[in-house]
Design a protein around this ligand. Structure first.
Ligand code: C2O
Ligand code: CU
Length: 533
């Protein structure tokens, strides 16, 4: 049975988990009208049709690969706002300017429910892609929002409960790139010198079809979900063996980890340091240098890379360096899973263990003359980090990574479609500290890294603290953290606690926070929180 047929069978996995409300939320949930038609009151600057379709694409020598992908089309507005990668399952790149009003008509041509989440964008509740707004086969949903985010690399993907992992894996991923006046005044490399690179790991069957984790009953299926899918080869922008043909000049590279579970430790093979100019929520105040960058699922890093000193015709390699993913301990974590002793083909989709080294992509220099350009010393204005603004600085809201039997959970709870606990209500217009806590050695499945993501906000990282027993694993990735800018996802290693500062200032409603290891998310490592007006 092919993977795409298999995931049709998984559609009711989304029903797993309780449906009762945990605790009584003061008042009832505000009712939100799911948008099936465009509103007359909204005048878009850009109107797009976005279809989720099944296609067959030649990816490897031999038989074409069945994929699910997004196809976009501009209905009204600048035709250049939507572009596609040729011969790739990757969805379109949508490019907009801050302040634009966008209407997107989503049409689901898949055999199962889906919904689109605009990852990192701050949009009204009805446009955020909550799983309760998933539409069935043939269904439509109209997203309307003004782009209020700063310039940055955002992205979009499906978010139906229990099916996000397989749908993203089947190909449903696109980019949403925002520019603004502050960014454009910098004169950073633009046009063909501004390249986005979506990194994903994949495994294939012998007849070139995508292979996902064992989804059947029994230990193997369960344990691969506990780890998350780990493929055995890297695709960039939907293609294997990716090579970027570059000129000898500076580039802006936007790296996006679109993988289900795999974390990368990205570096130039020859050891050249990386100049980082942006994170999830856009440009940093000033460029920073790193020996490598750590990129967990859904995180973005923008680099300024100067190829002008490279030789004509030279090829350079971007690789993912090995790291220690687990601090050891637990029934399977540090032992079997962490060191890959279960072997290929059995765990997590058949690929090498988390933390294995990989080649990622090649850049080949052209023959033209070298062009030099200066990187501005100051990039963007970012307010100083001021945790004193939080009303709960002395008693942060804490989100503990927990496991309930063979499922990861948050604060001991799994996802409920409309469930919000009393301690998951925040007030619009307030600033809070949240502390993500990943205690090592607490779980039967062993310690694991978890990339934690919050909808409806961009946050700032205050600090990280690590338990001494977990230091070795943490040190193997920590020089690659870029914590100075705006973030919507933060990697929390085993034994680590991370405090973040966030302000709920734009929209009230029911939003999500969850692990962006998509297999963890699908098994319920996700919760609602309510922003109360
Ligand atoms: Cu990219 Cu709720 O996710
Ligand atoms: Cu997780």
């Amino acid at each position: 049975m092919t993977f795409l047929k298999q995931i049709g069978r998984r559609r009711f996995l989304g029903m797993l988990g309780g449906t009762a409300l945990m605790g009584a939320v003061p008042g009832t949930l505000p009712s939100v009208q799911a948008a099936s038609t465009a509103s007359a009151a909204f005048t878009p600057d850009l109107e797009i049709e976005l279809r989720a379709v099944q296609e067959s694409i030649p990816l490897l020598p031999g038989a074409p690969t069945s994929v699910w992908r997004y196809r976009g089309k501009v209905l009204n507005g600048d035709a250049w706002a939507v572009t596609h990668h040729p011969d790739s399952p990757l969805g379109p790149v949508i490019r907009v300017h801050r302040g634009m009003r966008v209407r997107i008509h989503f049409i689901n041509e898949l055999p199962q429910p889906s919904v689109v989440h605009w990852h990192g964008l701050i949009v009204p509740e009805a446009a955020d892609g909550h799983p309760r707004f998933a539409v069935g086969p043939g269904g439509r949903y109209v997203y309307e929002f003004e782009v209020i985010n700063r310039a940055g690399t955002y992205w979009f993907h499906p978010h139906p409960h229990g099916m996000t992992g397989p749908q993203v894996y089947a190909g449903l991923t696109g980019l949403f790139i925002v520019s603004d006046d502050e960014e454009q005044a910098l004169g950073l490399p633009a046009g063909e010198h501004d390249v986005s690179l979506v990194i994903q790991d994949r495994s294939f069957t012998r007849d070139n079809q995508l292979q996902y984790i064992g989804s059947g009953p029994g230990m193997m299926g369960m344990m691969s979900s506990m780890t998350g899918f780990l493929g055995d080869r890297i695709h960039v922008n939907g293609r294997p063996d990716y090579m970027l043909a570059a000129e000898r000049r500076p580039y802006r590279l936007r790296l996006v980890n679109g993988s289900n579970s795999r974390i990368y430790k990205l570096a130039w093979y020859d050891g050249t340091p990386l100049t980082v100019i942006g994170t999830d929520g856009g440009l940093l105040a000033v460029p920073v240098s790193r020996p490598y960058v750590t990129l967990a699922p859904s995180e973005r890093i923008e680099l300024w890379v100067d190829f002008s000193a490279r030789a004509a015709g030279e090829t350079i390699n971007l690789v993912s360096l090995p790291f220690v993913a687990s601090s050891g301990g637990g029934m399977m974590g540090g032992g079997m899973m962490g060191r890959g002793m279960m072997g290929r083909g059995m765990m997590g989709g058949g690929g090498p263990a988390q933390g294995s080294a990989f080649p990622v992509l090649k850049v080949r220099m052209g023959q033209g003359a070298a062009v030099s350009e200066k990187l501005p010393g100051k990039l963007a204005s970012i307010p100083a980090l001021n945790p004193q603004q939080a009303h709960n600085l002395n008693a942060p809201r804490s989100i503990h990574v927990t496991s309930s039997g063979m499922r990861w959970s948050l604060n001991g709870r799994v996802f409920e479609m409309e469930g919000v606990a009393n301690d998951e209500v925040v007030r619009l217009g307030t600033t809070e500290v949240w502390e993500f806590v990943n205690e090592a050695g607490m779980h039967m499945m062993g310690p694991m890294p978890h990339p934690l993501h919050v909808h409806g906000v961009q946050f700032r990282i205050i600090d990280r603290r690590v338990h001494p027993s977990a230091m070795a694993a943490w040190r193997s990735v920590s020089d690659g953290h870029v914590d100075g800018g705006w973030k919507d996802t933060v990697l929390v290693m085993p034994g680590e606690r991370v405090r973040v500062l966030m302000r709920f200032e734009s929209f009230p409603g029911l939003f999500l926070y969850h692990c962006h290891n998509l297999e963890h998310e699908d098994m319920g490592m996700m919760r609602n929180f309510l922003i109360k007006a």
